[in-house]
Design a protein around this ligand. Structure first.
Ligand SMILES: [Zn+2]
Length: 176
């Protein structure tokens, strides 16, 4: 299960300053030193994830790479190439379908896993204006709570049911 930090790849990050674009997901040239350090850390995590995936593929080991649906990592050429391989498929999941007040659309690139074994995590909100699961409006993950903790951080943990679905997908080949 690979979930490289998405902070520097988030379109929301553009409000402060643009450090990556869809054309340049590895980072723009000429950004501040402070931003460059953040970009470098983000890049090294992705490079490590790609290295691990190469090894997993070599040995037929199941893997899942996770990032927000809107993350710029999905524009990295190596990951686009991976997503086109015959041993991978993409699953898009809305966290609200697992009981959270927020939708949090998330993309899972799955490798060496049977499509049927990711059905448990393949759940999208079909609501129009209101959540198809709760019947209420989605909670917007903007700003911070009363304690000053950003809502995006509060929303970071996966819902338990989603964890079970991910664990199933990664271990299903051992169950048969
Ligand atoms: Zn929903």
């Amino acid at each position: 299960m690979l979930a490289p930090p998405c902070s520097t790849f988030s379109p929301a990050r553009d409000r402060t300053s643009v450090i990556r674009t869809l054309e340049h997901p590895w980072g723009l040239v000429g950004i501040s030193i402070k931003d460059q350090i953040k970009v470098d850390i983000g890049n090294r995590c992705i490079q490590a994830a790609i290295k691990l995936i190469t090894q997993f593929d070599h040995n037929g080991i199941p893997w899942i790479l996770e990032n927000p649906h809107s993350s710029k990592i999905w524009f990295i050429a190596e990951l686009i190439q991976l997503s086109n391989n015959s041993n991978t498929h993409t699953v898009i999941t809305d966290f609200c379908q697992f009981g959270t007040p927020w939708r949090k659309r998330t993309r899972f690139l799955c490798g060496n896993i049977d499509k049927q074994d990711t059905e448990r995590i393949n759940k999208q909100c079909t609501g129009c204006g209101v959540c198809s699961k709760s019947g209420s409006k989605h909670f917007q993950l903007a700003g911070s709570n009363k304690q000053g903790i950003p809502w995006t951080r509060t929303a970071m943990p996966y819902p338990a049911k989603l964890c079970h679905g991910l664990a199933h997908a990664l271990t299903a080949h051992k169950h048969y």
